[in-house]
Design a binder for this molecule. Sequence first.
Ligand SMILES: C[S@@+](CC[C@H](N)C(=O)[O-])C[C@H]1O[C@@H](n2cnc3c(N)ncnc32)[C@H](O)[C@@H]1O
Length: 484
Amino acid sequence: MERDPWFEPAHAATPGGDGGDAVASEGGDGPGFGGWSAPHAAVGGGIGHDLPPEPAQGATRHDDAQNLALATSDAEVDALNAGFYGAIQYPWPPFYFERLGDPRFWADMLDQDVGRRERPVLPPAGARVWVAGCGTNQAVITALMFPGAQVLGTDLSDGSLRVAERNARQLGVQNLELRGESILQGGYAEEFDYVVCTGVVHHTATPGRTLACLAAALRPAGVMQLMVYNRYHRTFSTAFQKALRLLSGKQGYDYEAQLDLARRFVHHYDGPGEMPAWLAEYADAPDAQLADVLIQPVEHSYTVESLDRMAGQAGLELLAPVPNAEDAAGDTLHWELEMGDPGLQRAYDALPDPERWQVTNLLGLEASPMLWFYLQRRDSPCPRRSTRALCEAFLDGRFVPARTTRRVHTRGPDGEYRATPDQEVPFPVLRGRGDPRRVLEALDPREPMRATLQRLGIPVDSLPAVNRLRVLLASSAFPYLRAI
Ligand SMILES: C[S@@+](CC[C@H](N)C(=O)[O-])C[C@H]1O[C@@H](n2cnc3c(N)ncnc32)[C@H](O)[C@@H]1O
């Protein structure tokens, strides 16, 4: 597939993890956390609390395709992850954070991503956002993106939260609260308009339970952004993690011993097949990245089908893929395939979204997009918009160029981010070529997009082609057009 020439990181993107299984339970004691505010509120009713059973304490799980030997109990895996992410502080510091001049810019783009014009996901007043398993950066980035919302960031790692707190203070972020707690311990019930959880659920003992806790925290019309590992992206990492576990010859998990073995592999291993070359790619990686990929204590992974099933068990449905900088950079952005044959295309296009995406997942294997989706409650008062409906709304819509300014806070030589912006520049900056550029140049806000495309001779009857244009022109990853 040709690389999308339009990619421009829209903000300080945070690399995340991916994927998971559906198992769950109740409660469970988490590790204690010093220095951060205590968990609050008992678990309420609503969706998400019909939890699948937790594995028995100390039970060992075997699965050829997933790294689950240490997925014993929620509490034990939370303790492992608190240690692991205490040691590696994930992710590493970004070069910059940014603020946009228009405080509703990203909230409006979120609405465009999921087709929620009539009722914004984040109301102009009183909006609350939860960044669950926020790591070092994501809660700060989210608070900067949605200055009109009150943002809560939670994580197991005290060290990561300290980094987040320091950066938030340096940047003068006022709308962020950080808490040291497990997702399984928070007990939030119908409190958030938007729940963001990327790269976390698949590292817990029972992802289905974790997802149910996230679902329970959503207000009825709330939206979730979830990313879990794509099974076909994890062939090497999961196999390597399992081999390393055997080689370390120990019960339990020893971070330093695992990291030492992993480094030896990266620099010296010369066995058959593609593993040596894959490992060598991490030769210059920071420890945090190396550890995150090569020595995870627990790693589930999914296909669209198993993710959709787990979501359904938590009372959720998949809404739409999240257009994101990582897929854009990796040339894996598009879920809608051009099949190359009219009969195949008809059969493919006729499938409901999750089944069509599963076909894309199965056929694309390692070249399929990340499993990074928006979800909502099945009992949401806002009807789900299918990809076809999103494309129809795009064709019927009228648009103006999205324009604001971007203030960039770069990291100084002392590692500090300055509250005073280094630069204020126009945003977004138009890049790229081909049909998206032609559309932007020919844009006429008085006519619907369909008429503009027809004027340019661009077909409007191909779902993959129209969806591609929609994503490359009017989404949070490519925020060039704003609907009017
Ligand atoms: C791969 S990092 C992703 C960080 C962040 N979401 C991002 O995308 O940049 C996984 C994070 O999830 C946190 N985590 C794992 N299990 C958790 C749990 N049960 N509750 C809260 N945080 C958890 C880890 O401490 C770690 O910071």
